[in-house]
Design a protein around this ligand. Structure first.
Ligand SMILES: [Zn+2]
Length: 165
């Protein structure tokens, strides 16, 4: 016993913590869970090998990514952090679909507005769609559900129903 307290790894593995212990800089004794979870998922000797293969300045990053992966693997034993990645990728593609639908709706509305006899106040240039998308999204529902009496003259047949079905 050298007097200095062993790092979390050596404590868990019940061994003497050498001065050049590869775990000591990253697994302090006051955070035993951090090493325990990495040891459980990857195994202490594998973690040691991985760290030894890395230049010293990259080891801290490697440890935090191993800790992240180990935590994800505990939460989701099948997919680990891939589960989080594919969940987020799904979300991205769902949002892209919603965006495409919204842009298509905007185009339909603009085509209706470009038709003759439509209220001039609502007419927009075709390339104004980005303006509508970015600045006027809150007004979109009222555009979609506008009552036929206020904005469109009664004798102008509204082709909205046929567009949406
Ligand atoms: Zn140690």
């Amino acid at each position: 016993m050298g007097g200095n307290s062993p790092c979390a790894s050596c404590k868990l593995l019940r061994r003497r913590c050498a001065k050049d212990c590869i775990f000591a800089p990253f697994f302090p004794s006051d955070d035993p869970h951090k090493f325990a979870i990495v040891h459980k998922v990857f195994g202490a000797s594998n973690v040691s090998k991985m760290l030894q293969e890395l230049p010293v300045h990259q080891r801290a990053d490697a440890v935090s990514s191993l800790v992240y992966e180990a935590n994800a693997r505990m939460r989701d034993p099948v997919y680990g952090c891939v589960g989080a990645i594919s969940y987020l990728q799904n979300q991205v593609s769902q949002l892209q679909m919603q965006l495409a639908v919204a842009q298509a709706e905007i185009l339909c509305i603009q085509m209706q507005q470009d038709a003759p006899l439509v209220n001039q106040q609502m007419a927009m240039e075709p390339d104004d769609k980005s303006f509508l998308l970015h600045n006027n999204l809150a007004a979109l529902p009222q555009f979609i559900n506008f009552p036929s009496s206020s904005n469109v003259s009664q004798d102008q047949p509204l082709k909205r129903e046929s567009l949406w079905t």
